[in-house]
Design a protein around this ligand. Structure first.
Ligand code: NIG
Ligand code: FE
Length: 413
């Protein structure tokens, strides 16, 4: 980790991305300044309107005319795990499908084996450099799921590592308990018994330890049924925890409509989402999290219904879905590019998708994904001429300075 200096003071000579215009579909910047005090933004806007007290107090930080956006939010990751699955990548290239590999005992369960064997220290050591890659792209808040332990002790290790990463790297981490990710081999043929274990033992214990911010599940032919997913949601509801869902990734299971009934923060993947699911999400205010990395890596051809989501006014977020099976992606900016090229989001939609809408998918909309008075200072200075370049380049790391949780981080990490 680089030396971290307080970001308090006045940031001047900035070109602020106009978030209001962004939500109206326009890419616009306005010259301005940001004042930070005690790690919080006390003013953001034109220099001329800066309240007098703020202009004189504290150090000055020269922005050098940089483009400034809110800190990016990566709202769907499986960052903590053991091993990797390059071998499966080769199998898929040779013609095997993700589902076939999973049914043959590979897929998620192979990462479960590696994760169960790994100590907390080993999981942390493996995840930290991955997190640093994401942070270098201007990420200031991230969701991290469990789901590769599938037994209490190993799920706990994943979630504890997620919390430790947040503290060590000074980044906002939201955890999701994904015990219902796959059926562990010791429960073969007894999926309902496993779900009972998830609902009655694992989730309550981990929630009690303060390790769970939200509850997720994989509702799919190779995951869990609609009825089993609902049992998980009921358990979450009993504990007052919000839910989200890996929904309609490989087939239409009607999972999104179920998740919406439980007020889901988000339904993620959604390639096979139905009009009924879209309407339910709209009514519930759930965010559709689009994951172009998984779509790309699986060489999927079934596009998510972007136009219908747009028409319905369902907010669309974009995330890496970083995981060793379907999306070994470590750049949120690359996902921004892919959301545009593969899913045909406009650049403005994709930028809203990694800021305001991603924050909402984590229940962080009051504090993250925007630059406003009173919110914690999380913003990024980019060495770019115009906002569209954020989606245009790929493989570049244009974040020059990141302010994360009120601290200055050069180059983002
Ligand atoms: O989001 N779809 C289920 N879960 C992950 C993949 C997990 C894996 O293959 O290891 C996803 O794509
Ligand atoms: Fe996922």
């Amino acid at each position: 980790m680089n030396t971290q200096l307080s970001a308090d003071g006045l940031w001047h000579d900035l070109r602020l991305l106009d978030m209001q215009a962004l939500l109206a579909g326009e890419l616009r910047t306005t010259p301005g300044v940001i004042a930070v005090q005690g790690g919080r933004i006390t003013y953001a806007g034109p220099a001329l309107a800066l309240p007098e007290g703020l202009s004189t107090s504290g150090p000055r930080h020269d922005g050098g005319g940089a483009l400034v956006t809110p800190g990016l939010v990566d709202c769907h990751t499986h960052l903590v795990y053991g091993g990797q699955r390059a071998g499966e990548f080769a199998l898929r290239l040779a013609g095997a499908s993700y589902e076939e590999i999973a049914r043959a005992g590979g897929g998620i369960v192979s990462t479960v084996r590696a994760t169960r064997e790994a100590s907390e220290e080993a999981l942390l050591a493996a995840a930290a450099p991955r997190l640093e890659q994401l942070l270098a792209d201007g990420v200031t808040a991230i969701e991290i799921k469990s789901g590769y332990g599938l037994e209490l002790a190993a799920e706990r290790r994943q979630l504890r590592v997620a919390r430790a990463l947040g503290e060590r790297h000074g980044v906002t981490v939201k955890t999701s308990f994904l015990g219902a990710h796959a059926l562990p081999p010791e429960f073969a043929g007894r999926a309902d018994d496993y779900i009972a274990q998830v609902c009655d033992h694992m989730l309550p214990a981990l929630a009690d330890e303060g390790l769970v911010d939200a509850v997720d599940a994989f509702c799919e032919r190779i995951g869990f049924t609609l009825a089993q997913t609902e049992r998980v949601f009921q358990a979450a509801e009993r504990l007052g925890l919000p839910v989200k869902l890996h929904a309609e990734q490989l087939s239409d299971m009607d999972g999104a409509a179920l998740a919406a009934r439980y007020g889901a923060l988000s339904c993620d993947h959604v390639e096979h989402l139905s009009p009924r699911g879209i309407a339910a999400m709209r009514d519930a205010g759930s965010v559709a999290v689009l994951l172009p990395g998984a779509y790309y890596a699986l060489r999927d051809t079934h596009l998510p219904p972007v136009e219908a989501l747009r028409e319905a006014g369902v907010p669309m977020a974009v995330s890496t879905d970083h995981n060793p099976g379907t999306s070994p992606a470590l750049s949120l900016l690359l996902m921004l590019n892919m959301a545009c090229t593969l899913f045909r989001l406009t650049v403005a939609e994709a930028l809203a998708g990694v800021t305001v809408h991603a924050a909402r998918a984590l229940g962080l909309q009051a504090t993250h994904g925007r630059i406003a008075t009173g919110v914690p200072a999380n913003f990024v200075l980019w060495q770019l001429q115009e906002p569209a370049e954020l989606a245009y380049w790929f493989g570049q790391r244009p974040a020059c300075r990141v302010v994360r949780q009120g601290r200055i981080v050069e180059g983002g990490r």
